[in-house]
Design a binder for this molecule. Structure first.
Ligand code: C2E
Ligand code: CA
Ligand code: CA
Length: 926
């Protein structure tokens, strides 16, 4: 080592002249302090080897024993010859070192003292950011004495983010001279991650040569406990204040007024709400009396109540409603609740005051609403989700559902199924757009019945337009219908007799003409006028006349069928419209005549008018419609003309408008007259038609009546039996047949060939329905002393079904005698198997209409087959009538029918012929 160059200062520092060390450096090295020598030499060697900067503080010891601190700094460089050349300087730092040392020593003492107090100590070089933190400092954060934390930067990292800026600013302010002291309170992150509150105090202890701050030292105290306590306190205080505020608000702005009346009866305390209610500020209300604010109407009551309040014991309460009137004239209903309290300065009354005006009003309103709710219309209220909240009694009456059964349900439960989804969609669209829908809708009652109702749905909305409810109003249309009926009654009915008036008559007539044109069935219009009605009216007054008109109306109504019309045109004129008569002109006339006769008969019966018997007769004109087109007016006119003809003919009679028809009627009348004569003169005969079985055995005969007319010859029953039935002449005729038949059976007894034959007779409905029919048959049997088993009665289906219970009774009674029954014309009417089972029948007689076409018509064939099968299943005997050909017989036989009647075996013939034929035809032939 050598120093190729050394400055003059080298001499000052080392006391060695530069020339002396130019060749050999050992003189310099010899001066190094023995304690530092090894370190210096090592660092020089390392620096030489690595060519890194060398920088050291070290001591030299002079011969006189003086020790000086030096600071050397040098950069090594490699020379071209491989040697290393150092450039550097050396400074004497002895003075600084001494200060520093002194400082450090005092600091150490100070530090020790502080640490004993529990505070931590820190020491920072503000330029290099190097820092020292004491053991206690570290402990406060949970670190070990030996653990890291050697720089200010690390400290900064641990400062709570919220506090960092504030802490650093405080440091800057102090170092820059803007603050006298450095004291900060902040949060520092401990080893376990928790923040702890710290208080740091510090002071600048050294500056560098340029006068810049260099070192700061300070203490740090853990103030977490204190801060927490402070925070808690503050929080509590804040909360307390809030609570107090809240109480204050609660008191002031409560929906109820609070006031206190002192022992003098004056207001001593009052909240904002009560002030607002009484319409004055607090100041003005002080020392006022409540009485000043009571409405005139309630003043007396107030003074009574006030006496009661004063008389209260401490703690006792009194509550009542009273009407207030303010200075501005406004009134409100207040509810007062008064309580007697004991205060320092005597007894007082604490009062709560509540404005119950709206409650009172809504009470009244809800009472009104409750009453209004129960109207005749059904009401249903739903919420916004269409769930039913409430229905009224009328609703229950209409639908059959009670409140309990529908509340909470969707109104869809009433759906009839008659409206499709599009219908309801349109309905709800209307409700949502316009707030309402109204229309007729079919709904379903609880009993399942569908009914039309008028429904109005209204949406109930808030001020802001939000739908809260729907109200459905259901109007019972049947109720409206009843009203409509009433209106109709007035418009279309005669108020005296309740019969249709002219207007309705014309309407009905129009329909009757139309329906007749469609169906081809004819009808008749009867124009009826009471004979000499004017006399009654004039002699006994209108009231009595009215009584007659009413009774005539009743009798007329009873004479016609439900579908027919009886109208009153006014005065004593009536019109009867008969519909659905025959399609045949003659028959229509006959039917009309029968009914008209009935009417004349009914109106001829004595009347009882105001305690007097009265006799009245009608004159009736008849016009038939349906044969040719005719207008209503013409029709009525014709009937009217016919009525005058009836009057002309002497009254109490009828006349047909058509003169030709008149002739027919006359013919019928004469036929009837002749028939009566025929009965008297017994111009009848029985013809006998044989009945046989498949083996040809003769079973018996059917007796068929013939009218042996002196001029006309033999008249077939088809020509007079219907008339006989209508006129009731069938009864004597029927009786004659019964008697004649029994006589014949008796006669047959004498002959072996005829002894076992059965004889069938035809019995008409009217005849059978006679109350004593059973007795008549019985007496005939007894009179002729015949075996009842040989008598067979032929009945028709319609007869049987007419009054089934009565029929069964009569048939059973006769059946017990031994009389047999055959069901005639079977297959043409309607017979329920169930009824057939109940009847004591012996035989079914297949109608000749099926037999006629049995060979050609497969349909008829299958009917016959069915009838036979049915007869077999009911254990009934079956016979076919109208058998004319061998083919028919064979077919019937092939289906199981073994009994026959018809021209094939014999036509109906007089008894002589019949008996003769029995002898001619040997048994085995058939
Ligand atoms: P019905 O009781 O059905 O009598 C059968 C009718 O068929 C009889 O007519 C008879 O002559 C006819 N007939 C019998 N076999 C044949 C045949 O093979 N071919 C055809 N084409 N016809 C046949 P009739 O005697 O003219 O009697 C007509 C109706 O008058 C009877 O029908 C019956 O309903 C009624 N009738 C006859 N006699 C009496 C009676 O004494 N009292 C009552 N209430 N009605 C009677
Ligand atoms: Ca018959
Ligand atoms: Ca028959």
């Amino acid at each position: 080592y050598c120093f190729p160059f050394a400055s003059e200062a080298m001499h000052k520092i080392f006391g060695v002249r530069p020339e002396e060390v130019r060749e050999n450096a050992s003189k310099v090295f010899a001066l190094l302090h023995p304690e530092d020598y090894d370190d210096i030499m090592t660092s020089i060697q390392i620096s030489t080897k690595d060519l890194t900067q060398w920088s050291e503080e070290f001591r030299v010891k002079h011969d006189n024993g003086e020790v000086r601190w030096l600071f050397g700094n040098s950069i090594p460089e490699r020379e071209p010859d491989g040697s290393v050349l150092w450039h550097g300087f050396i400074t004497d730092i002895t003075k600084q070192k001494l200060i520093e040392q002194e400082l450090t020593e005092s600091q150490q003492r100070w530090k020790f003292a502080i640490e004993g107090s529990g505070d931590g100590v820190w020491d920072v070089n503000v330029q290099t950011q190097e820092a020292n933190y004491s053991k206690r400092w570290k402990e406060m954060l949970g670190f070990d004495e030996n653990e890291g934390l050697a720089s200010r930067k690390e400290w900064i990292k641990r400062i709570h983010p919220d506090d960092k800026a504030r802490v650093l600013a405080a440091g800057d302010a102090y170092l820059e001279g803007r603050a006298d002291t450095y004291i900060v309170e902040y949060r520092l992150k401990s080893k376990d991650g928790d923040y702890r509150w710290m208080q740091s105090r510090g002071m600048l202890v050294s500056k560098d040569a340029a006068g810049k701050p260099l070192r700061m030292i300070g203490t740090q105290t853990d103030i977490t406990e204190r801060i927490n306590a402070q925070l808690t306190l503050q929080q509590t205080r804040e909360e307390l204040e809030l609570t107090l505020d809240r109480f204050k608000d609660l008191y002031e702005f409560a929906p109820i007024g609070y006031l206190t009346i002192n022992k003098h009866g004056l207001i001593s305390q009052i909240n904002w709400r009560a002030c607002a209610m009484l319409g004055m500020d607090r100041h003005s209300l002080m020392d006022k009396r409540i009485a000043e604010f009571i409405d005139e109407d309630d003043k007396q009551r107030w003074s009574r109540m006030y006496q009661s309040i004063k008389a209260l014991e401490v703690g006792e309460e009194l509550s009542f409603d009273i009407k207030f009137r303010l200075n501005n004239g406004n009134t409100f209903h207040g509810n007062l609740n008064c309580i007697k309290a004991e205060e320092i300065d005597g007894q007082s009354i604490r009062i709560t005051l509540e404005d119950i005006t709206t409650i009172k009003k809504s009470e009244a309103e809800s009472r009104i609403a409750a009453i209004a709710f129960e109207t005749n219309d059904g009401l249903m209220i739903t919420d916004a989700e269409k769930s039913i909240l409430k229905v009224n009694k009328a609703f229950t009456k209409i639908t059959g559902y009670s409140d309990d059964e529908v509340v909470g349900k969707n109104p869809h439960m009433f759906a009839s199924g008659r409206h499709d989804a599009a219908f309801f969609a349109a309905m709800w669209e209307s409700i949502n757009n316009s707030g309402q829908w109204s229309g007729e809708i079919w709904n379903k009652r609880k009993n399942g019945e569908l009914f039309p109702e008028k429904l109005t749905i209204t949406a109930v909305k808030t001020d802001k337009g939000i739908i809260t409810n729907y109200v459905g109003t259901v109007t019972d249309i049947s109720y409206i219908k009843a009203a409509a009926d009433e209106i109709q009654q007035l418009a279309f009915f005669d108020s005296l007799t309740r019969l249709p008036n002219r207007r309705l008559l014309m309407d009905r007539l129009k329909q009757a003409l139309a329906s007749s044109a469609r169906s081809g069935r004819q009808g008749a219009v009867l124009f009826l006028d009471l004979d000499h009605f004017k006399v009654l009216n004039d002699s006994r007054g209108h009231d009595v006349g009215d009584l007659l008109l009413q009774q005539v109306a009743e009798r007329l109504t009873l004479c016609v069928r439900v579908g027919d019309t009886v109208a009153r045109l006014g005065g004593d004129e009536y019109v009867v419209v008969l519909e659905d008569l025959s399609g045949d002109g003659l028959e229509t006339a006959a039917q009309t005549e029968t009914i008209t006769k009935k009417i004349i008969d009914a109106l001829n019966q004595p009347y009882w008018l105001d305690e007097h018997e009265h006799h009245s007769t009608p004159s009736i004109g008849i016009s038939i419609f349906g044969e040719q087109p005719i207008t209503m007016e013409e029709l009525l006119k014709q009937a009217d003309i016919a009525m005058y003809q009836a009057k002309k003919a002497g009254r109490n009679t009828m006349r047909f408008f058509n003169p030709q028809m008149q002739t027919t009627i006359t013919a019928r009348v004469s036929l009837e007259r002749e028939l009566r004569k025929a009965i008297d003169k017994k111009q009848f005969a029985l013809y006998y038609q044989i009945q046989v079985d498949n083996t040809g055995q003769k079973l018996g005969a059917e007796a068929l009546i013939r009218w042996v007319h002196p001029e006309r010859g033999l008249v077939s029953p088809a020509q007079f039996i219907p008339l006989a039935e209508e006129t009731g002449l069938i009864l004597p005729i029927g009786n004659w047949v019964l008697d004649a038949a029994c006589a014949q059976i008796k006669a047959w007894h004498k002959n072996a060939l005829t002894r076992d034959l059965t004889l069938s007779i035809n019995v008409s409905a009217k005849q059978f329905r006679q109350a004593d029919f059973v007795a008549q048959v019985k007496s005939a049997i007894e009179r002729h002393s015949i075996d009842p088993m040989q008598l067979k009665l032929e009945l028709t289906e319609s007869l049987l079904l007419d009054n089934i219970e009565e029929t069964i009774q009569s048939m059973s009674a006769l059946g017990e005698l031994g009389v047999q029954f055959s069901l005639d014309d079977f297959g043409t009417g309607y017979s329920s198997l169930q009824y057939l089972k109940k009847l004591p029948l012996y035989q079914l007689k297949i109608d000749q209409s099926f037999v006629r076409d049995i060979v050609t018509d497969s349909h008829d064939r299958s009917i016959v087959r069915t009838i036979i099968a049915m007869a077999q299943s009911l254990y009934l005997n079956v016979i076919a009538e109208g058998v004319e050909t061998e083919q028919q017989k064979e077919l019937l036989l092939s289906h199981g029918c073994k009994r026959y009647q018809g021209y094939l075996f014999g036509k109906p013939v007089p008894i002589k012929e019949f008996n003769a034929a029995l002898k001619i035809l040997p048994r085995q032939d058939y």
